[in-house]
Design a protein around this ligand. Sequence first.
Ligand code: AIR
Length: 425
Amino acid sequence: MSGGDNVNKLVNLFEGEGAVCDEFGCAIPGAEDGQGALAEKASRRAILPGATIGVLGGGQLGRMLAHAGNRLGYRFVTLDPTPDSPCGQTAAQIVAAYDDREAARELAQRSDVITYEFENVDAGVAEMLERESYVPQGSKLLYTTQHRLREKQAVEAAGAQVAPYAEIESLAGLQEAAARLGLPAVLKTATGGYDGKGQWVLRSEDELATAWGEASRAGTQLVLEKFIVFDKEISVIAARSPSGEVKTFPPAENIHVHNILHLSIVPARISDKVRAEAEKLAVSIAETLGAVGLIAVEMFLTADGELYVNELAPRPHNSGHYTMEACRTSQFEQHVRAICDLPLGDPSLLTPVVMANILGEHMEPLLEWMGEKDAAAEKLGVEVKVHLYGKAEAKHKRKMGHLNVLALNVDAALEWIAQSKIWRV
Ligand code: AIR
């Protein structure tokens, strides 16, 4: 099926003269003033079920996106170099490298709308897809979030604070910045790092030269960030549609082990004031950056109640997996709704939950547990929902799946996790 054949599925919602409501009954912002309505008419198109969503990347985020979108009646095609990728098991797959322009062109031809499920998308490919297909998320947000310095400037422009930082171009520059910002500090590559990769924590001056030696070989710009002594790490995922509708999911309290997310606890154990402030910052960032689709905002919360934005991700996020059973709408359904310009779903929390990641080393004990009757779960009144990503190789530290532990309160869920043998390895 070609994109051309599907043009009739791209429905301009505002064909009727003088319409002030779309076909879902939503008020159109600025509809009372003729100019606003006309501008909306020109820019807005909803993509309805039956259409094909192309996903650049075939990992777990694409897989869960396809599951949610399939349920709404969308078809999926993914581009990924690994045959039978997690997303390819549930969607059509083009097997090719992410920077293969011909394959990206084929993805464009087979899709009505394109999204990406990781942010290190080749800039040339993103630009080409935008030219030849419909990429509502746009390449501008990717351009911003692919680079720590650009990202920090954008966050500051949205009225949120980031840890004091400096761009580093030489060892002398690193020494000067370390003296000015103070140690401990974290040296980070401006591009390409994730799950603790491309980061060096500097505690004393003797560590600077070695870290510079290693980091400067990464071949990208470097940033030094003051180490924020935080009380908690939290994240808020916001969704924004092309029409400008914005909704946020409840903040998650995140616990990392060896720089990889281990748990997301929801409701986060924070005050109502911090909760409201964190949600407000996420909305402001989504709006200022003109995000379309999901944008995850990771933040540090200090003991005196200050919030610092650490990182943005313009896609579904690991810390939003809890939404799959615990919210009225999951982050994956919300992303589909947002990029297709459907009205956003209700993100309210239905139950306390703790999401726990399953890494390669946890697979064996997990599979063992799955075959047994779980007396602890019964006793604690928790319901454990298993999500596995279908990855062929269970490498050490590789994200293989996650559990959503639904409970009457987060303490019961945490107690079940503490008693479980799954994470003892
Ligand atoms: N991902 C992307 N950015 C952060 C994460 N966690 C997901 C995407 C990507 C997959 O991780 O779904 O495709 C890659 O996982 P792996 O284990 O193959 O490296």
